[in-house]
Design a protein around this ligand. Sequence first.
Ligand code: NOJ
Ligand code: NOJ
Length: 480
Amino acid sequence: MIAAKFVSSILIKSTAVKLAVSLALFASVAGAKTGDLPFEDYLRKQEDVSVRKLLANISPRDGAAGAVIASPSRQDPDYYFHWVRDAGLVMDPVVTMYSQARGADKQRLGKILSDYAGFSRQLQQTPTLTGLGEPKFHVDGRAFNGPWGRPQNDGPALRALSLTRWAKQLLRENQRPYVTSKLYKAEIPAKTVIKADLEYVAHHWRERGFDLWEEVSGRHFYTRAMQRAALEEGSDLARALGDGAAAGFYLAQAREIRRAMDDHWDARRGRIVQTLDRDGGAEYKESGLDVATVLAAIHGGWEDGPFSALDERVLATAGQLEAAFHREYPINRRGLPATAIGRYPEDRYYGGNPWVLTIAAYAELNYRLATTLAKRPPAALSPRQVDYLRSAIGSRPELAGVFPKSGRMQLARGSAAHGAIVKGLKERGDEFLRRIRVHSHPDGSLDEQIRRDNGYMTSARDLTWSYASFLTAVWSRPSP
Ligand code: NOJ
Ligand code: NOJ
């Protein structure tokens, strides 16, 4: 049995009071400065800036309604495209906001989501070089037929995930007719966006493709995690809409993917490796370490259980990655908060730098771990879990002597140690957001990357995914 449950609904509840999003949602960002605010005020300000800048990159003037530009940057690098992956990840926080919003804000967010659903359906029907795994499109919906790493099969899964979460919210709001006409209709061949993606994922997940970084062809942990999540959550939706046979099929595939994910555990090196069966693309990723495995834990829709933030394999991998990035980047030896995190240690793209979205992912990892340990602490922590905690928070005075040098550790619920671990993890998460703050532009703008040598932002400006990653991180921050 997969114990993991649909995480978003829980996040939504716990963030109900925290969303700083208000009627000013669509106002301009000019004049916002985050420089000298106390940390909690900074978080609210950066949340606000992130919401506005994220929304500003949707439905560009010269593009289709519902298209999401990866960044406004049109050269060096040219990110003025609709990437299926980025768009899916960006729509997830839009769904969260939609679920929280009222009145005119809710209407506008609903319009954005229905435009996105309509545009996505159009793209599914557009002839391309590869079909549904096509990674990116021009913003007016034309196919992009230039050379590229394709297919990229995390895209349809991420698109299905965001739209499924939205569909579930619409069902709670008694909007079933819209859901069954536009999003998920129980018919084959599929004519609705979610159904078409789920069919594609369920029938093609065994095939190789390019990874989320668009560089390596093979079978990827991140892609599999997203495929599993899409099929599991899609299976719930199918069942709710009376498509029982499909629901059973999707769930059975999700379970097979879940088993295949175990193959990525490299017991000898004590890490989850991102790619198996590589048959093309970059060949210099010797360590197998890739932050995509951590992204899988936070995007994968599981609260606890296998491959969640609590899974000792995820934590062991996260710990090794952090140590590698600490060694790799000169900017990590200047006494700044936490560690600047990149994609993978051997990265060469733009010089191989830390990225905003990967630093935000470490904030989210630590926050989620704090929440899970607070709510459902295991009776004992495994040696690998203890190792992670010792390296992440073991140097705090209140935790002195708490972690054994080796072996398991009993965790008494409600004990002083339990409380200190939860608090320490939240503060550790905060340090990663403080680190983003150090490098961000004064008005809270976030580019894609942070230069490894001098800490200045670089590559694509206003990367939409950077803002999405800040939002999902700050919304997973435990309260109080
Ligand atoms: C563009 C891709 O999006 C990026 O991930 C990759 O590193 C570079 N091309 C270099 O291949
Ligand atoms: C490069 C990243 O590697 C890839 O994941 C992303 O989809 C594109 N940039 C667009 O943001």
